[in-house]
Write a new protein. Structure first.
Ligand SMILES: C[S@@+](CC[C@H](N)C(=O)[O-])C[C@H]1O[C@@H](n2cnc3c(N)ncnc32)[C@H](O)[C@@H]1O
Length: 237
């Protein structure tokens, strides 16, 4: 059973319609700015969770009409919540495990969004997911992938906040919620992108006062970046 099938309700309570404080006060704006436009683009979201993000994108770029929207997650219970609470009219909802071949044709999408998903997947799964993103992206196409920053993971480990629970390594989230995690180095993500001929810019995302006022756990992080964003462009075929 996918990890999030078990915690889907708690996750939705934690993340709500804006993704929780870190996303609401910081990351959403960064990602929405990076999207830049949606007119006529075919958009795929991987690991969409409760699906809060695309409604925000559609609101920000209201008046523009995407060609297609596909909202996916490994967890069917997350998808149920997405349909129930963050429904996007005209969108397709599909269960998709990003570690395995995607059920889409080559060049089917202009934009792929994967927020805090690849850090929950083993390295082999990440390599496969990035290869599949490359395959199903048009040229030019954009992959916006955000992961928990490896430096942040290292700081959690140093403070003894990572825990092995059965087959999962977990990290703390809000309240009593713990989330699965893989300790994947930045260089590994970069190598996967590079090997697939994907151009990318990476950006460290640091917490702000607004965020840590609400999310007390982030007060401890000091100058450690919390998230790592890869804004990727697939150009050659
Ligand atoms: C930390 S949550 C992020 C959800 C959403 N992107 C957000 O930012 O709120 C990670 C999501 O990735 C999904 N996920 C984990 N492993 C996955 C996999 N192998 N394939 C697809 N989705 C996966 C989980 O079910 C969960 O919904």
């Amino acid at each position: 059973m996918p990890f999030y099938d078990r915690i889907a309700k708690q996750w939705h309570a934690h993340t709500g319609r804006h993704g929780g404080a870190f996303k609401e006060f910081l990351l959403n704006d960064v990602l929405i700015a990076a999207v830049a436009f949606i007119e006529n683009r075919a958009i795929l979201e991987l690991g969409a969770g409760n699906g809060y993000f695309l409604p925000l994108v559609l609101r920000r770029y209201s008046g523009q009409r995407p060609a297609r929207i596909v909202i996916t997650d490994q967890s069917s219970r997350q998808l149920d919540l997405a349909r129930k609470y963050c429904f996007v009219n005209g969108a397709e909802y599909a269960q998709l495990d990003a570690r395995y071949p995607f059920p889409f044709q080559e060049g089917a999408f202009d934009l792929i969004i994967a927020t805090m998903v690849f850090n929950e997947i083993s390295r082999r799964g990440v390599a496969s997911a990035i290869a599949e993103c490359r395959r199903v992206l048009r040229s030019p196409g954009q992959l916006l992938a955000t992961v928990i920053h490896p430096d942040f993971v290292a700081s959690l480990e140093k403070r003894g906040e990572l825990r092995q629970e059965g087959s999962y390594l977990t990290m703390p989230a809000s309240a009593a919620l713990r989330l699965p995690l893989h300790k994947t180095p930045k260089e590994f993500y970069e190598r996967c992108l590079y090997n697939k001929g994907v151009d990318f810019k990476s950006r460290d995302i640091f917490s702000t006062k607004n965020v840590s006022n609400v999310k007390a756990g982030l007060k401890k992080v000091g100058n450690t970046p919390v998230a790592l964003l890869f804004d990727c462009t697939s150009t050659q075929r």
